[in-house]
Design a protein around this ligand. Structure first.
Ligand code: 6PG
Length: 234
């Protein structure tokens, strides 16, 4: 049974204020408890205004490590790079943004192994994994396609795998690296942020279907042992 709490907002501004506040609180609590903090943040368009707000929070950013939940296998100079987007916003604040893409890897599987090695060096688990969701029900870069089962069923110790979505998503038609389901679910806290009525319907359905869901996000969340906060506005 997925324990999900929905937080609905009037508009994008209110959502951004609330989510930036929540994430800031998660970071502060981690810093108080452990003196450092690791968070995994998604790419896509929805989080951008929230990141801009969060970056303004008076946090000791030097103690904060940020990894993407997933990234496109492209150079850091490419506009599709999630790590570059996170670096642009959070590096000037002093946070450590840790890219895990090696665009020189011979294929996406090798890129996945290299990213996993990189993530194994970090203090685990993440204090927060924040997920977005695509219109096709993918989350992080866990997409339908030949690598779906590996991303969902990789052993607990495996933190990242390479993924070739099929079909390739129009907004970024390239191979990806993603946190595995186990890595996502190892997080101390799990947050999902989506906007729009269609995505709300899709996510409600995925949660209802749980492990039997045809959608990657339903399959991922079905195994969550922690409560999940879902933030939404139309
Ligand atoms: C990426 C993501 C991805 C994203 C969804 C939603 O593609 O890099 O991490 O999982 O969160 O595609 O994207 P939007 O917020 O742009 O709808």
């Amino acid at each position: 049974m997925i324990e999900a709490e929905w937080w609905d907002y009037e508009d994008a501004e209110e959502l951004a204020e609330a989510v930036a506040g929540d994430v800031g609180f998660i970071i502060e609590s981690a810093l108080d408890a452990r003196g450092q903090c690791l968070i995994a943040l998604p790419g896509g368009q929805t989080p951008l205004p929230i990141y801009e707000k969060l970056a303004k929070a008076r946090i000791d950013w030097k103690k904060v490590m940020i990894v993407p939940t997933d990234d496109r296998i492209v150079a850091m100079t490419d506009p599709l790079s999630n790590a570059a987007m996170l670096a642009r916003i959070f590096l000037p604040k002093g946070a450590r943004v840790i890219p895990f893409i090696s665009d020189k890897a011979p294929d996406h599987k090798a890129a996945g192994r290299a990213a996993d090695a990189r993530l194994q060096e970090l203090p685990w688990p993440p204090d927060l994994v924040w997920l977005g969701m695509g219109n096709d029900g993918h989350t992080a870069s866990i997409f339908a396609g030949p690598d779906l089962d590996e991303a969902l069923d990789a052993p607990k110790a495996r933190r990242a795998v390479g993924v070739l979505p099929d079909p390739l998503p129009a907004e970024a038609p390239v191979a990806r690296v993603t946190l595995t389901r186990a890595a996502i679910l190892s997080a101390r806290t799990l947050t999902v942020v989506v906007t729009g009525k269609d995505k709300k319907k899709l996510l409600e359905r995925a949660i209802k279907d749980g492990a039997g869901s045809p959608l990657p996000i339903g399959r991922v969340l079905a195994d969550a042992e922690q409560a999940i906060d879902i933030h939404w506005c139309a």
